[in-house]
Design a protein around this ligand. Structure first.
Ligand SMILES: CC(C)(COP(=O)(O)OP(=O)(O)OC[C@H]1O[C@@H](n2cnc3c(N)ncnc32)[C@H](O)[C@@H]1OP(=O)(O)O)[C@@H](O)C(=O)NCCC(=O)NCCS
Length: 217
């Protein structure tokens, strides 16, 4: 049936959805991250990475780990990715996780959705623990991590100095799956990227978004 011109724009609009990050997302991701460098203690980076540097980071991370974005109508609303917890061999079943949501898209379930998909992928890869470091205070981040089932492991007191003050970082941990002995080797993300299970895991978060009208302040 032909589409009436008045409806076409609406029918073309893309609801919020989660997908793998592409190099072309680098500029939007750099834009989301930039406010947390410079004058903010949320990230301990000072110079915000530009799009070219962000593109290098995406490429580097994606050799081993998933980097996901939530997108609505072509706009990147937020992103989440995993990275090695520590490089020494016995740590290789543990990953650090990072999430940033664009101002204006927060409290719509985007962080929860991205993390839910990311953790499903980490389980498929064979990871057992996820860790996140949060500069204190950060009500949004502690709220999200607690809501996802993380427990605070401890606080690195006054571990970083930025914007004229020393900052505490709390570390949070989540068991992604029960331990097994011995654990199978974790798989690099590209080795599982095309499987039906991987595609289904990426989509797990899609049902968790809330409409903007339900946003909590
Ligand atoms: C922290 C952050 C990623 C949370 O993402 P989000 O998409 O807004 O979170 P969600 O909407 O998925 O929230 C899921 C749950 O987390 C908790 N939560 C999220 N934001 C919260 C806040 N500001 N205060 C208290 N709890 C909060 C709630 O339990 C929430 O569930 P509810 O809305 O049904 O009550 C987002 O606020 C952000 O990007 N902040 C700036 C960057 C940052 O701090 N990143 C983390 C660095 S460690």
């Amino acid at each position: 049936m032909p589409v009436r011109p008045s409806l076409k724009g609406l029918q073309d609009s893309q609801p919020m959805n989660i997908r793998l990050c592409r190099p072309a997302d680098a500029a939007q991701i750099a834009d989301i991250y930039a406010p947390f460098c410079g004058d903010s203690p949320v990230s301990f980076e000072i110079a915000p990475p530009d799009a070219a540097e962000m593109s290098r980071r995406i490429e580097n991370i994606s050799r081993r780990f998933p980097w996901l974005v939530a997108e609505e109508n072509g706009a990147v609303a937020g992103y989440a990715y995993a990275s090695p917890h520590r490089e020494r061999a016995a740590y290789r079943w543990s990953a650090d996780v990072t999430v940033y949501i664009r101002d204006g898209f927060r409290r719509r379930g985007v962080g929860r959705a991205l993390y839910s998909s990311l953790f499903a992928l980490l389980r498929l890869q064979g990871y057992f623990k996820a860790y996140a470091g949060i500069t204190m205070p950060n009500a949004g981040s502690t709220g999200l991590h607690a809501a996802m089932g993380f427990r605070m492991v401890g606080v690195y007191e006054e571990v970083g100095y930025k914007v004229g003050a020393w900052h505490d970082v709390s570390w949070w941990g989540l068991a992604l799956q029960p331990p097994v002995n011995p654990p199978p080797e974790p798989r690099a993300f590209p080795d599982i990227a095309g499987s039906p299970e991987t595609l289904a895991a990426i989509k797990i978060g899609d049902r968790m978004f809330k409409p903007a009208s339900q946003t909590k302040k």
